[in-house]
Design a protein around this ligand. Structure first.
Ligand SMILES: Cc1ncc(C[n+]2csc(CCOP(=O)(O)OP(=O)(O)O)c2C)c(N)n1
Ligand SMILES: [Mg+2]
Length: 560
């Protein structure tokens, strides 16, 4: 209800401002604390998706931020709502994804009495979010939203939390909108690039690792072109497989959890390692074991958009503060040496990668997740999207599935269970024409499984594979390694996932043996409905290369 005197409510100013910033989708669980903002979505061009749980709403927003590079938007209510959303806020932090979470807040006159559901958001999210604030005055909404977009996206992206006192959202004032923002590119200096040129000319065994955020399809294409010109072996870091085409002749594989031993050896033996875009966190450093801290034994080039990440753990030989987008275009100016000392290495690395995932490993039980991943890689269109949560099942995705396109694999580098389904819903919202498959575990799926109803409500025909081994398998594996035979709290009693899908109004099929999968997948697709394919996995098939009993036996023999 915009009035004739140009006065708008705080809620209207806020939603108009989101629209000016180019927001097309927002995700919420409603609350009485922000009714005036909800009301302002009437007549706006932003599609508001209502979810069943705030963790799903927050993950959907995070996924939008991760893939588009512009903040994903989520609205949740005060205390309990934002507490539920905090898993998504943490993911945005660890995964460096731009996101803005709007939270209802008690009226201004009640603050600090611990009124109903009141929280001090600045204190609670002070260390998890990139910025946590509260808007006291509706005339400052355009300014604060503009800053929130800049903060969420610039440098190393991350989550912003903004609290909205409910009376502030109802106040009516006249204020102009702020203009649309653009994330600031950070260009590498000429000196940086010429030093890199020299390092590459002197290298004998270089390898590149790509990760992090602030990539785009064009940046990935530019990097692949560079890798091709330099015959440079390139690996992707944990859950960033979508940054490099798996069938590019320079692709050396996934350098995540349990990488190909040949790739691990290659990185360890390299005399020059380039990490582009990612943090030198626990995963790319293989739990901080690959390089010495703080002075690595090999030459490291670290390219990162956040200056504070450069030298955080490792002292790089060359630190370049740049966004991957800008850095990759600057790579056009580098020339490969006349004689590439490592010529042939990218071919070997790629052959090692292909061989590592060529054939499924034999596993106990009638359903082999490796063969299913191979079927998907051979049969899904190249622009398909696979999303995943966290659990041992994901090892089969990384090893046997082949990601071809930017956005083709979406996962949480923070290892947050329950990620796959909301991420799939967000991707299907963004790309209605593309096939979206979510690969989840039985534990993983039920962390956000209630939002299967959101898929049904909005007609998002995602296909969810639930790898049901009746276990919190990852933890059981660690338990058997550390405390063999002393099983506790890792068994699961599961529902009938087909009945679950049907009860929600979706399609369901069970797969008892690998050869049932193609027909089940075809039927799911033909149904046009959100679907669940229930995969009955033998609990002994705990990794692609080890059984649960073998892990226990090994641990017991070590203790004897
Ligand atoms: C939100 C969250 N809670 C707990 C964990 C710890 N955790 C990691 S993997 C895992 C078990 C995953 O089980 P499931 O999804 O069934 O996959 P599986 O390992 O059995 O293949 C747990 C509990 C986590 N990573 N995230
Ligand atoms: Mg499981």
């Amino acid at each position: 209800m915009r009035s004739r005197d140009n006065a708008r409510t705080g809620g209207e100013i806020l939603v108009d401002q989101l629209s000016v910033q180019g927001v097309r989708d927002a995700f919420c669980v409603p609350g009485e604390s922000y009714l005036a903002a909800l009301d302002a979505f009437h007549g706006s061009n932003i599609k508001l998706t209502v979810c069943r749980h705030e963790s799903a709403a927050a993950i959907m927003a995070e996924t939008i931020g991760k893939i588009t590079g512009r903040p994903g938007i989520c609205f949740v209510t005060r205390g309990p709502g934002v507490s539920n959303a905090s898993a998504g806020i943490h993911i945005a932090r660890q995964d460096s994804s731009p996101m803005i979470v709007f939270v209802g807040q008690v009226g201004r006159e009640m603050r600090e009495r611990e009124a109903f559901q009141e929280l001090d958001y600045r204190a609670v999210f002070g260390s998890m979010a990139k910025w946590a604030t509260e808007i006291d005055d509706p005339s400052r909404i355009p300014e604060i939203i503009s800053r929130a977009f800049h903060t969420a996206c610039n440098g190393r992206p991350g989550p912003v939390v903004i609290a909205l006192p409910e009376d502030m959202l109802r106040e009516r004032i006249a204020v102009p909108d702020a203009k649309i923002f653009e994330p600031v590119e950070i260009w590498p200096g000429q000196t940086d690039m010429s030093q890199l040129q020299k390092l590459l000319c002197a290298a004998k065994r270089p390898v590149a690792l790509v990760g992090g955020s602030r990539w785009s399809q064009a940046a990935c294409a530019a990097f692949m072109h560079f890798a091709g010109r330099f015959a440079l072996p390139v690996a992707t870091t944990f859950r960033r497989g979508h940054l490099f085409d798996a069938l590019h002749p320079c692709y050396a594989g996934d350098f995540g959890i349990g990488p190909n031993p040949k790739l691990l050896a290659r990185v360890k033996n390299a005399d020059l390692v380039l990490l582009i875009g990612g943090r030198f966190g626990e995963m790319p450093s293989q739990s901080y074991t690959v390089f010495d801290i703080p002075e690595p034994q090999t030459k490291l080039v670290h390219v990162h958009p956040g200056a504070e990440e450069l030298g955080r753990v490792y002292h790089p030989h060359l630190a370049i503060n740049a966004t991957p987008t800008a850095f990759c275009s600057a790579l056009e100016g580098l020339q490969p040496p006349n004689e590439i000392a490592w010529r042939g290495e990218s071919d070997t690395a790629h052959a090692d990668y292909l061989a590592w995932g060529e054939k499924a490993t034999p596993v106990p039980g009638a359903v082999n997740l490796g063969e299913i991943m191979i079927w998907l890689r051979d049969n899904l269109p190249p622009d398909s999207i696979v999303t995943q949560g966290a659990g041992n099942f994901s090892a089969w995705v990384h090893r046997f599935y082949r990601v071809r396109k930017f956005g083709g694999l979406v996962g949480a580098t923070s290892g947050s269970m329950g990620y796959g389904l909301p991420a799939a819903l967000a991707m299907q919202t963004l790309y209605p024409q593309r096939t979206v498959v979510c690969v989840s575990g039985d534990g993983d799926f039920l962390m956000t499984g209630q939002d299967f109803s959101t898929a049904v409500q909005y007609g998002l025909p995602v296909i969810v594979l639930v790898a049901d081994n009746g276990l919190y398998g990852t933890i059981r594996m660690h338990q058997e390694r550390e405390y063999p035979g002393r099983v506790i709290a890792t068994d699961l009693r599961n529902p009938d996932f087909v009945a679950y899908a049907l009860a929600f109004g979706g399609y369901g099929a069970v797969v008892e043996k690998t050869t049932d999968f193609p027909a089940a997948f075809a039927a799911a697709r033909a149904s046009g409905k959100p679907s669940i394919i229930h995969l009955k996995i033998d609990p002994e098939a705990i990794t692609p290369s080890a059984t649960l009993s073998a892990i226990r036996e090994k641990a017991l023999s070590g203790k004897r």
